[in-house]
Write a protein that binds this ligand. Sequence first.
Ligand SMILES: [Zn+2]
Length: 350
Amino acid sequence: MKIFPLVVAGLVSGCAPAGDSNAEAVQAPVTSAAATTPPSASGPKLAFPVACEIGKTCEVQNFVDRDPGPGAKDYQCGTQTYQDHGGIDIRLHDMAAQAAGVNVLAAAPGRVVRLRDGVADISVKSNGAASVAGQECGNGVVVDHGDGWETQYCHLAQGSVVVKQGDPVAAGQPLARIGLSGNTEYPHLHLTVRKAGVMVDPFAPNLPAGACSTGGGAGGGMWTPEAAKAMAYKPSAVLNSGFAAAPVTMEAIEAGAIPLPTATSGMLLAYVRAINLQGSDVQELTIKAPDGTILATGDQAPLDRAKAQYMFFTGKRLTGDRWRPGEYLGTYTVRRGGKPVITRQFSMRL
Ligand SMILES: [Zn+2]
């Protein structure tokens, strides 16, 4: 969604969801673009803005859409964005992680110039986009870094904003917690960077407007070396994986409430949810039993197009009295052009 520069009084506008997750598979709305303008001066160095660890407790779901036309391209010319997305989205694994509390941190020193709190943490899937019209950002904070540079932090948890208008902030200082306010359907931070009111892609501030390049992130853009390393471009990522005692839904994964199998469960399943898959990606999920035999294999047909997120599960019904005791091993692989780009293993003991 297009991000409007924050206007005076209130805070303002944010991002749209990366995909509407109504089934096993979800497609990001993909099409046109936000205007990006190279900054006239190099801005502040930006630190990683969330108290989470990419690859362990969070992932980058979306980058800035650099394509000015009816299409969407991230700075690496990939599909990890959607039409008019004007910032970056750092996503928690599920609402259980959100409920535990994850701080949003000032990316650079500055002063709080605008903020909003009081918007409920409700998925936009519940009440629709119209319910958050005019406050797409949800609860948010804008920090002025001087010389026309601003950072805006969106979708913060209701009641979590711990700074006030006018407060000076240091890089890394907590501003609030990640929430589910505004136009979002999963817990994440949307961060927009602006120079003189114009959105800047912090990963590739010097690329011409509308351009992308596989070398576009050279030098880490505006990020500190640590932040650039943490957010290094990945082919895709696994957000969730594990075992379950019953068929899994996207909603249950998002809630973080998946019942584990027991020795006498009627079913033993493994599930996975991955993000930023590409068209023609081939996925496989297997469960290996404690005796080393393959208990179940789930092969997905090659994807027909890029998927912002995708979930599936595989498994078996109990036929005897109980499951064999020992360790069960789940293995998830994604192949792209015949080569594995993701392998994730996870285990459970019964
Ligand atoms: Zn966003």
